[in-house]
Design a binder for this molecule. Structure first.
Ligand SMILES: *Cc1c(COP(=O)(O)O)cnc(C)c1O
Length: 484
């Protein structure tokens, strides 16, 4: 047997065993978490010696089972309702096998022929779903954090190039950059502040606008704050709307914010990392109305398109704005190649070597279709509504929000205790539930008060699962009351 044939056989055997391993993992995993602690697991991980090798793939899989997979948090089980982790659809997993085996790199055509065109077509499709217009474009990214960073980089340099006639790529930040201001809701994702810090604007450039009704940005307050900053000599360069805040799933008033951005001549970015899934549903896509005014949009397919990590994109309404991120390297994407009509996606992003993540979405749309995903979205929104009603009706719970998408915040409060005791009680409940591994819920603070959080992203989660989880929460809460 020649060398290549031996490699191919090795590949087939190894992969088959690994698929069997994963299949058995799914069969045997019945609750979302084992409850393991870092202290319990660390000695086993530390004891592995990289100077020796595992004798076979079978042995290695056993090792990985003992220190990883048997403790891995199972996002696909209905009682995992903690963070924004969706269960993933099978077509996307099949695509993953091809993505890593063929290992195309999406930076240049000469490393990803074909793949580049497929990625471009999926970007066009997403832009069309959002009505971003005929000049829209975009690129796949590693996640919402990267997309938000790229959006604010464009907002910054768009302002500088247009207004100050100054070459920021060559000269760095101008003096005026100290006065740049980015406006977003106080409930926006922390990556907005992080991006401003990385971009040299400083976190102080971020003006957090209070939320009003249903945790949406209050546009009157926004206007007041913009006027106040302008009066102080500062320069609004961007308004960032969140379509689906991480904690509340609230959607800022996109139409009003888009109009304000136009009035003030600022960049309009919509962070739809979570809310992007609404575009899949005929019943709920109206909630994204106004997104078409955006200069840039963050979408996380790995949050609400049932795709594995990573799968995300940054979209823009005017493809020329992506050029703000374009650099030419002689070895990679020389200017001449652009003239030859060879598409090099590296011109549109801050990454260089980049996975062909788009193939997962391609498989999903071609094998399942958009409408099935849309039904999943309808289902999780429906279950979230049922959950909210159950909590609202139960006098032992306080519901904080009726969900606009699929997250809800509430706390256990059977005795009207004062806030610090309630905080301790609800923190205890979340931790105890995690230690038991029977269900995973999240917690967060609102005005320094602790709330439990359900994030429903699994269409297999039913009202019955929710009522079981609420019972578990009460049992833990009552046990705590008896012991304290
Ligand atoms: C999760 C999230 C992000 C960050 O996305 P990553 O893919 O985790 O980098 C940004 N914005 C919002 C609203 C999010 O929920």
């Amino acid at each position: 047997m020649n060398h290549q044939e031996a490699n191919i056989n090795h590949y087939a055997r190894t992969l088959q065993k690994t698929i069997d391993f994963v299949t058995a993992h799914f069969r045997n995993t019945t609750q979302p978490f084992s409850g393991i602690t870092p202290a319990d697991l660390k000695p086993a991980v530390q004891s592995i010696d990289f100077n020796t090798t595992s004798s076979s793939i079978d042995d290695l899989l056993l090792e990985v089972k003992s220190i990883y997979s048997q403790h891995a948090v199972a996002f696909h089980l209905p009682k995992y309702i903690a963070h924004l982790n969706c269960p993933v659809v099978t077509p996307s997993l099949a695509a993953e096998i091809i993505i890593s085996a063929l290992n195309s790199s999406m930076d240049t055509w000469d490393q990803s022929a074909g793949g580049t065109l497929m990625e471009m077509k999926l970007i066009d499709w997403t832009c069309e779903q959002l009505h971003l217009g005929a000049s829209a474009d975009g690129v796949f990214t590693s996640g919402g954090t990267q997309s938000n960073l790229m959006a604010l980089l464009m907002a910054r340099d768009y302002y500088i190039n247009r207004t100050l006639l100054y070459n920021v790529k060559m000269q760095g930040l101008p003096e005026d950059a100290k006065r740049f201001r980015v406006f977003c809701s106080e409930k926006s994702h922390f990556s907005i502040k992080k991006a401003c810090s990385i971009l040299g604007l400083g976190e102080h450039a971020v003006v957090c606008v209070p939320v009003g009704n249903r945790f949406k940005m209050n546009t009157k307050e926004l206007k007041n704050l913009m006027e106040k900053e302008i009066a102080q000599g500062n320069i609004p360069i961007a308004i960032v709307a969140t379509a689906g805040t991480t904690d509340f799933g609230s959607i800022d008033p996109l139409i009003e914010l888009g109009e304000l951005a136009k009035e003030y001549g600022t960049w309009f970015h919509v962070d739809a990392a979570y809310g992007c899934g609404l575009m899949l549903s005929d019943n709920h896509r109206y909630k994204l109305s106004g997104i078409e005014y955006a200069n840039s949009v963050t979408v996380d397919y790995h949050k609400s398109f049932f795709q594995p990590v990573s799968s995300s994109a940054l979209l823009v309404s005017d493809k020329d704005t992506l050029r703000l991120m374009c650099y030419h390297a002689d070895y990679l994407n020389p200017v001449e190649q652009e003239k030859d009509g060879y598409p090099n996606q590296v011109n549109k992003t801050i990454q260089t070597t980049r996975r062909f993540d788009a193939l997962k979405l391609w498989f999903t749309l071609r094998l399942m279709g958009k409408d099935v995903l849309g039904e999943y979205i309808d289902q999780i929104i429906y279950t979230a509504k049922q959950a909210a009603n159950m909590i609202d009706k139960d006098p032992d719970f306080e519901l904080l929000n009726h969900p606009e998408i699929s997250t809800l915040l509430f706390r256990y409060n059977p005795y009207s205790t004062e806030v610090s005791a309630l905080n301790t009680l609800n923190q205890f409940i979340r931790k105890k539930l995690m230690d038991s591994g029977k269900a995973l819920v999240a917690s967060t603070k609102v005005n320094n008060e602790v709330y439990l959080k359900f994030t429903l992203l699994n269409p297999a989660t039913t009202a019955k699962d929710i009522s079981t989880i609420l019972e578990l929460i009460k049992n833990i809460g009552n046990e705590y009351a008896r012991n304290n």
